[in-house]
Design a protein around this ligand. Structure first.
Ligand SMILES: [Zn+2]
Length: 293
């Protein structure tokens, strides 16, 4: 069972527990309160009459039952608790796909999904090197537009020491606080997850850390270009990630010290065309010590 299947099962189990809990509250109340018991019996008898199209007092019986329930502090919500996720009615699936709540559960159950340290946006902005400080305004706009970003790709290119990783983790921290299911990885870790996925998915208790990178609300890939290039894995899986996120317009932040030309050479035309798609991506270049954005 992978992390997704486990999350769906947990959600279904929790729904069943919620309903059992509500039912047992009702049963206890019936067992302990004579007035409620009488009103319930009256209601059921009248409901049968109504179904048989006989003269009945169902409206009166319903009002009496409601009054007795209210006297005991029982509401519809206690007897039949509302679903916790309206998007999937606690089934774990919405529109034939894993629901957002499943993705969130998978990600939250997994501290390894957050590789970058928590970074508060405000203080980070204040102490940012000059070269990158202007980018914080762009980042703020990016965060505020979420999840309706016209350009979901936010790509920061710059040499070491320009503060791009701190900016990326400030974005991630802010988005996380706004409820976005967030995964941050180093490029090195991304390739490791791809390799594990590629080679280990037949193992029963294998924990799938790859697919959250496709499905999460925000993916941050730090230091693109420093990862190992493995045959049949690095390029292929990186394309899978980028293409999936590009297709669905999912927020993706990448930091890299590769120039666009280097990216083209290293990852090929298909990846390059998505990363540099002017309609979906904002590419920022930071050069230390002089700001050039
Ligand atoms: Zn859901």
């Amino acid at each position: 069972m992978n992390a997704y299947q486990r999350a769906v099962k947990d959600i279904a189990d929790r729904r069943r527990e919620d309903l059992d809990e509500g039912l047992s509250v009702w049963r206890n109340a019936l067992a302990n309160d004579e007035g409620l018991r009488a009103a319930n019996a009256f209601y059921q008898a009248e409901a049968v009459k109504k179904a048989q199209r006989l003269p009945n007092e169902l409206d009166k019986a319903r009002a009496e039952l409601q009054a007795n329930a209210a006297r005991l502090g029982l509401t519809q919500q206690t007897i039949e608790p509302p679903v916790r996720c309206k998007a999937c009615n606690d089934t774990g699936y919405a529109n034939g796909k894993y629901c957002k709540c499943v993705v969130k559960r998978v990600i939250q159950s997994d501290a390894e999904n957050l590789a970058l340290p928590q970074t508060d946006f405000g203080p980070a902005k204040k102490s940012a090197p000059k070269a990158i400080s202007k980018l914080y305004d762009k980042a703020e706009q990016y965060v505020n537009e979420f999840p309706q970003n016209k350009k979901p790709f936010f790509i920061i290119i710059g040499s070491a020491g320009t503060g791009k990783t701190i900016l990326a983790s400030a974005i991630a921290t802010e988005m996380l606080a706004r409820g976005a299911a967030t995964v941050t990885v180093s490029a090195f870790e991304m390739v490791k997850r791809a390799k594990d996925y590629h080679t280990q998915f037949a193992i029963d208790d294998y924990r799938d850390l790859f697919t959250p990178m496709l499905d999460c609300d925000l993916l941050v890939i730090d230091d693109l270009g420093t990862e190992t290039v493995l045959k049949n894995i690095t390029r292929e899986y990186f394309y899978t990630i980028i293409n999936e996120r590009w297709l669905h317009g999912r927020n993706t932040v990448i930091t890299s010290n590769l120039s666009p030309n280097d990216m083209l050479t290293r990852y090929g035309e298909a990846v390059f065309s998505r990363l540099c798609d002017k309609n979906k991506a904002n590419l920022f270049t930071v050069t230390a010590p002089n700001a050039r954005i």
